[in-house]
Design a protein around this ligand. Structure first.
Ligand code: FES
Length: 105
């Protein structure tokens, strides 16, 4: 199955779902623009900011304090903002649409 990254300009990047990877790594491996992952996935840069559908947000569970703190540094944060490096890809994410925020392009 696939995970779909949706650019702010409407372009879609389909990626093959790989279980166990972080969502950030999946994006990097597939050359998805707009996700840089500068800190290597340790929740310290915020360049992997994504916006998820609220339906998925509930499934994924809540973020930890570290992620929450990093996200709070973004005035553009939305209620369904997450850091992609803190999300572990699992089989149930098939078909998930991941929105990239405008400021991260
Ligand atoms: Fe740096 Fe996610 S890759 S916070």
């Amino acid at each position: 199955s696939k995970i779909i990254f949706a650019m702010h300009d409407g372009k879609l990047h389909e990626t093959d779902l790989v279980e166990g990877k972080s969502l950030m790594q999946l994006a990097i491996d597939n050359g998805v623009p707009g996700i840089d992952g500068d800190c290597g996935g340790v929740c310290a840069c915020g360049t992997c900011h994504v916006i998820l559908d609220s339906r998925w947000l509930t499934k994924l569970g809540s973020h930890n304090a570290e992620e929450d703190q990093m996200l709070s540094m973004f005035p553009e944060r939305q209620t369904s903002s997450r850091l992609a490096c803190q999300i572990k890809v699992s089989a149930e994410m098939g078909g998930m649409i991941v929105q990239l925020p405008e400021f991260q392009m």
